[in-house]
Design a protein around this ligand. Structure first.
Ligand code: NAG
Ligand code: NAG
Ligand code: NAG
Ligand code: NAG
Ligand code: NAG
Ligand code: NAG
Ligand code: NAG
Length: 322
């Protein structure tokens, strides 16, 4: 099992050129800068992880005792850190107005329970970042996103857009409005505590056309919430996608309700265009997973990852969900 960090900056509006999730490739200099930051914090990530294991996880439910006792299995922690490329990936289902403040974003969605245990580290100081908002969104067990439930997960994005009377070359993430409803499931966010940690309960995601299984994540350093629990933010310091091990995915996808998604074949990590970008150099966006019960995955999984944030990479953003 590995721990890793992610690091990225993002710009709210960027033009999608080809398929869901694509974006400008960062310059070599930019990538090298981040790889350097990432490597420099490796030892700190190891210490961060030690603390993580010793932390009281009591508030995430009945499963915590098992998590604690299973911790020693992962003695050989890898300290590689991971830096996601900027603008890799807000993707077309980015929809902040449906992101709500909560620690369980499952709602009525069925699937294997997943507790995400996230650490956020400031790559400039290699120390935990307190009070930053960690924001997730992902598809359900059969590939649909809330707020976009009428868009088929089995149809390529340009074609979906064409069906909506829109041209892919004009599509701007977060700006071109193709939402179909106000469902909010599997969208949620919560700020980090004084140890730079936060938890989110969800389900293991399914997949949609042309994409490996992934969870979108953003980190905001400057935020407030509205009365209805949605976010108003100025700065996004990280936009990334989290992935899982292929072997685990194979097992989960063989289970109901995931296995009912037979209309398309799943895209493996190895051939996913975004995954290869996210794993270049020292980058490792693969979540470490501890099953609550090795013999019965449907009982649920705990996923751990450290997100490395380059606070100097903040880009000015203003999201007003008017
Ligand atoms: C959690 O533990 C309580 C007390 O032991 C029990 O009543 C409850 O059913 C448990 N919940 C789950 C989801 O296992
Ligand atoms: C990770 O860090 C720990 C503690 O600093 C060190 O003992 C270990 O050798 C490192 N492991 C790797 C794979 O670098
Ligand atoms: C929350 O309020 C904002 C602003 O009025 C609105 O745009 C958004 O749709 C609301 N979101 C939810 C989930 O109620
Ligand atoms: C996923 O969401 C879609 C759209 O709401 C729904 O039709 C489908 O049944 C959901 N999948 C599961 C496994 O519930
Ligand atoms: C989409 O827009 C591009 C550039 O604006 C244009 O060249 C192309 O013909 C348009 N395609 C369709 C199907 O409208
Ligand atoms: C999935 O892949 C298999 C093996 O390549 C192929 O036979 C099958 O037709 C594919 N199914 C779909 C729905 O594309
Ligand atoms: C596996 O866990 C699920 C969820 O707790 C439960 O419904 C099921 O009966 C378990 N299966 C076995 C074989 O124990």
């Amino acid at each position: 099992m590995r721990f890793s960090s992610l690091l990225a900056s993002a710009s709210l509006a960027f033009v999608v050129t080809a398929h869901p999730g694509p974006h400008a490739t960062p310059s070599d200099a930019e990538m090298a800068h981040k790889a350097k930051l990432s490597g420099r914090c490796a030892q700190h990530v190891a210490r961060f992880n030690e603390k993580r294991w010793k932390r009281d996880l009591g508030h995430i439910g009945n499963t915590t005792v098992q998590i604690q006792t299973q911790a020693p299995v992962y003695e050989a922690l890898q300290n590689d850190t991971c830096v996601l490329t900027p603008e890799v990936t807000a993707g077309p289902y980015y929809w902040p107005r449906s992101q709500t403040l909560r620690q369980d974003m499952t709602e009525d969605q069925v699937g294997v329970p997943l507790w995400l245990d996230i650490g956020v580290m400031d790559m400039a100081t290699c120390s935990p970042l307190e009070g930053v908002m960690v924001d997730f969104w992902h598809c359900n067990a059969t590939g649909s996103y809330s707020s976009f439930t009428k868009l088929s997960p089995n149809i390529k994005f340009p074609k979906l857009l064409a069906e909506e009377g829109k041209n892919i070359s004009d599509f701007v993430v977060g700006s071109t409005d193709i939402h179909t409803d106000s469902e909010t499931w599997l969208r949620g966010m919560w700020p980090t505590d004084e140890h730079g940690m936060m938890q989110m309960k969800t389900i293991f995601p399914g997949f949609y056309i042309e994409r490996a299984i992934h969870i979108h994540v953003q980190v905001h350093t400057d935020w407030t919430t509205r009365e209805n629990g949605t976010l108003v933010f100025e700065n996004t310091v990280s936009t990334g996608q989290l992935y899982f091990d292929e072997e685990l995915e194979e097992k989960i996808m063989a289970m109901e309700p995931y296995s009912s998604h037979t209309q398309i074949n799943r895209t493996r990590n190895a051939v996913d265009m975004e995954f290869s970008k996210g794993t270049k150099n020292f980058y490792n966006p693969v979540v470490s997973v501890v099953p609550l019960d090795e013999n019965n995955l449907s009982k649920g999984l705990v996923g751990y990852i450290t997100i490395g944030v380059d606070t100097s990479a903040i880009e000015d953003e203003h999201w007003s969900a008017s």
